[in-house]
Design a protein around this ligand. Structure first.
Ligand code: SF4
Ligand code: SF4
Ligand code: SF4
Ligand code: FES
Length: 323
């Protein structure tokens, strides 16, 4: 059969959704709650398109193509629905995309990643990052007002991570020579969307104080999924820079659940798309209904969950940490 998408004739088979027919024709429609080859139910409306004949806004991921259909993917009303859907999802999304310390280092050191190496005893790797950021390892930190430590989230829990002292320790341990040339740094992408988690509640502070006892005491604020998160990608593409609506999520910030092996789950980053529920047997499940609906992983179901779900999750809610 033939349909048109943005006035371009596109061949589609009877069992094909508009989303799949469009992508096969090289026309991109965003999608969050669906994934190629996975079971899904439409919920996010990020894939909204307009059906010309009926003038209706419909989800492209579940609507099957029918003969003569006229689809528009980029009209004003479609973009409005798409942006609104993303903004509503973001209003319920309590998480930092990037760590404040890394964002603020004037030398461009990814402080959080360096501390990740430090915490796992990979001091040589931490040293390599320091060497790449600083032409005169040690000197830059001595002369700096340390905005990284001032913005450190651990500082709002009890005491900021002693980033400069840790850098000095690594330099000494690894005998970093001073005087190398720092490579040019790529400029920060100001157009990127940044999700922010805001302030910790007193309860969250107590939990983090008790549970985060890595050698550096770093909370590791940056999102593990930040480089391939579809929510961030589409928010950026739709010119959303900051969340527009007040935060409505009551899920605990930075609650990181170790599922097993390399697999982790962070509920506050979940957009409740259901992909992990529909594609695991006795694994993730829905709890409650309406606004209070949550995705949970009962303890006894943890062994049933596979690492592949990290690839299906559109955000950084389910992720792998390499050992
Ligand atoms: S807790 Fe760690 S990642 Fe977060 S701001 Fe402080 S040093 Fe950076
Ligand atoms: S899941 Fe995506 S939007 Fe959320 S914090 Fe991570 S990168 Fe940012
Ligand atoms: S954890 Fe990920 S895959 Fe599961 S419902 Fe949440 S966002 Fe979707
Ligand atoms: S991708 Fe179609 S409704 Fe979410």
């Amino acid at each position: 059969m033939q349909i048109t998408i943005n006035n371009i004739p596109v061949e589609a088979s009877g069992e094909e959704t508009i989303l799949r027919a469009a992508r096969r024709a090289g026309i991109e429609i965003p999608s969050l709650c669906s994934a190629e080859g996975a079971v899904h139910k439409s919920s996010c409306m990020v894939c909204a398109v307009r059906s010309g004949a009926a003038g209706q806004i419909i989800p492209a991921c579940t609507t099957l193509a029918t003969e003569g259909m006229e689809i528009v993917t980029d009209s004003e009303d479609v973009l409005l629905v798409r942006t609104l859907s993303l903004e509503l999802l973001l209003s319920d999304h309590r998480a930092d995309c990037e760590a404040p310390c890394s964002m603020l280092c004037p030398s461009g050191l990814d402080v959080e990643r360096m501390l990740g190496y430090y915490d796992t005893g990979q001091h040589r790797e931490a040293a390599e990052m320091i060497r790449a950021a600083f032409p005169l390892p040690g000197k830059e930190c001595d002369a700096c007002k340390a905005p990284c430590e001032k913005a450190c989230r651990r500082g709002t829990v009890d005491q900021a991570v002693t980033i400069r002292a840790i850098i000095r320790e690594v330099i000494e341990k690894e005998h970093l020579p001073a005087g190398n040339e720092a490579p040019p740094r790529p400029p920060k992408d100001k157009n990127l969307f940044y999700s922010r988690l805001g302030r910790f509640t007193e309860k969250e502070k107590s939990r983090l104080k008790e549970t985060v006892a890595t050698p550096s005491r770093c909370l590791h604020c940056a999102c593990a999924g930040r480089t391939d998160c579809k929510l961030r990608l589409y928010a950026t593409a739709e010119n959303i820079r900051r969340p527009r609506y007040d935060m409505s999520s009551s899920l605990p910030a930075m609650e990181k659940i170790h599922v097993g092996g390399r697999l982790w789950f962070e509920p506050a980053k979940c957009i409740r798309c259901g992909l992990c529920v529909y594609n695991s047997r006795n694994g993730f499940t829905f709890r409650d209904r309406g606004f209070g609906m949550q995705i949970v992983l009962p303890e006894e179901n943890r062994p049933n969950v596979s690492e592949e779900l990290a690839g299906l999750c559109p955000t950084g809610a389910i992720y792998l940490i390499e050992n």
